[in-house]
Design a protein around this ligand. Structure first.
Ligand code: UDX
Length: 435
């Protein structure tokens, strides 16, 4: 492949939009394709449909020169590379929904054949092992010779930074397109990044193995946190710090909390589990990661019921709705399922989040009270539950004195070392025995 000039990115979600913007910063002409015209209109006005640090200002500069959008791939005449970044959402049985993969692949195939072109086609969407071979290849036919599987590892909340500084690049597929893509990446990344070329199936599996392993680390440390909870003088962060010093373990992803959420870990663990079931083996291990995560959300509810004797008509304040800090994403957020449970117990729920209030409104309408100010959220409250590690919460202190019954359940132990005018219950700190 000659040095590419025009690049198409199909699917303007987290991965696609961030990639498109990053590529324009490297002076490529990028066309973002998405079937949702409303989303494209928002983007054309320089706004991102979700919050991601630094992305909106980067979008505004990209729009000045290199970035354009269309809802119709056939309106584009040619391109050197086509990235596919469409979603693969979960189905009820845990498997993934391939409808967007199939529809975009059909479009690409028709478009290439009509225009007699053979761009390098790159699948960044998360797809289970076998998807390239059994689903994509039969649609692309000879075009599949020029196709690679190139999973993405960016995290929400640091999407742009992770795209600028990936820890690894994995390229699966036939040698020719894999080498073309490798050279492309070597040119655009000034720093040396490990690039691994492998089979398409390995590339597909690497993504699931990666995410499932990280999810396993979290479920593991949450298990330890629940043991710590039963022993006064025990703190999961002290245990995590020391085991993390063992280079065989490493210190990342050992922060105990209310359980992992978001659009990847819950979905990917269940998809891999469902794959093992289809393969006839199943996996007790993957099942345990998933079950432990669900139980962790129950643990938060137990901590609340231990503190608030009668939940009915009590006032409970939820600090943090997003599944993680620096994001407005509430998908699979433990806060959301917890609020749902509290509402069934007739609790008056007040919520605060620096970014995710609007998204929560579309779930709860007028069933909860939305607060833009933490003090309002805590006023007359019987219990506050901190669920998301927003930096803003680190400076909280006197706000807790507004509570009727000053109790804080800190599921992230963000305020563990502060003197607060509140009874402090830290998840994974052994001062409150919960059975
Ligand atoms: C994850 C992967 O990290 C990323 O590589 C992949 O591309 C997509 O899935 P993301 O879901 O955006 O990224 O965020 P991440 O930072 O991994 O957090 C996921 C969840 O795990 C959050 O709910 C977070 O609070 C939780 N978590 C993370 C913990 O509870 N403890 C930790 O130590 C780390």
């Amino acid at each position: 492949m000659k040095q590419p000039n025009k690049i198409i990115v199909i699917g303007m979600g987290f991965v696609g939009l961030t990639l498109a913007i990053f590529l324009t910063s490297k002076k490529f002409n990028v066309i973002g394709v998405d079937t949702d015209q409303n989303k494209l209109n928002t983007l054309l006005q320089g706004s991102t449909p979700f919050y991601e640090p630094g992305l909106e200002s980067a979008l505004k500069s990209s729009l000045k020169k290199y970035l354009s959008f269309t809802n119709n791939l056939s309106s584009v005449d040619a391109a050197d590379i086509v990235f596919v970044t469409v979603g693969t959402p979960p189905m009820r049985d845990g498997s993934i929904d391939l409808r967007y993969i199939k529809s975009s692949t059909k479009q690409i195939s028709e478009w290439c054949n009509n225009n007699h072109i053979q761009p390098v086609i790159v699948y960044k969407s998360t797809i289970l092992p076998g998807t390239f071979e059994n689903v994509i290849k039969p649609i692309l036919k000879s075009l599949s010779e020029n196709t690679t599987v190139n999973p993405e590892f960016l995290r929400e909340g640091s999407a742009l930074q992770d795209t600028i500084h990936p820890h690894v690049i994995v390229i699966g597929g036939k040698e020719k397109p894999a080498l073309s893509l490798k050279r492309f990446y070597q040119k655009i990344y000034e720093q040396k990044i490990p690039i691994k070329t492998t089979s398409a199936t390995n590339a597909e599996l690497i993504k699931y193995a990666n995410n499932s392993f990280l999810a396993a680390k979290i479920s593991f440390i949450n298990t330890i946190a629940n043991i710590c909870q039963r022993f006064p003088d025990s703190n999961v962060d002290d245990v995590a710090e020391v085991i993390g010093l063992d280079p065989r373990i490493g210190n990342l992803f050992l922060k105990a909390g209310p359980g992992y959420g978001g659009s990847c870990f819950p979905k990917d663990v269940q998809a891999l589990l469902s794959l093992t079931k289809n393969l006839g083996t199943g996996s007790d291990f993957l099942n345990a990661i998933h079950k432990t995560n669900k139980q962790q959300a129950e643990m938060v509810l137990k901590l609340i019921t231990k503190q608030v004797k009668s939940l009915k008509n009590s006032n409970i304040s939820i600090l943090g709705l997003a599944f993680k800090e620096n994001s407005d994403d509430i998908r699979e957020s433990v806060s959301i399922s917890l609020i749902e449970k509290l509402l069934t117990k007739k609790v008056n729920v007040r919520v605060h989040d620096p970014r995710a209030i609007d998204n929560a409104k579309s779930v709860f309408n007028n069933k909860v009270m939305y607060c833009t100010d933490v003090s309002d959220c805590l006023r007359s409250s019987d219990c506050a539950v901190l669920l998301t590690s927003w930096k803003q919460y680190l400076s909280l202190g006197k706000e807790f004195s507004k509570m009727r019954n000053p109790i804080l359940i800190d599921t992230r132990r963000l305020l563990a070392n502060k003197k607060l005018p509140v009874k402090y219950v830290g998840l994974g700190i052994g001062n409150e025995i919960v059975s």
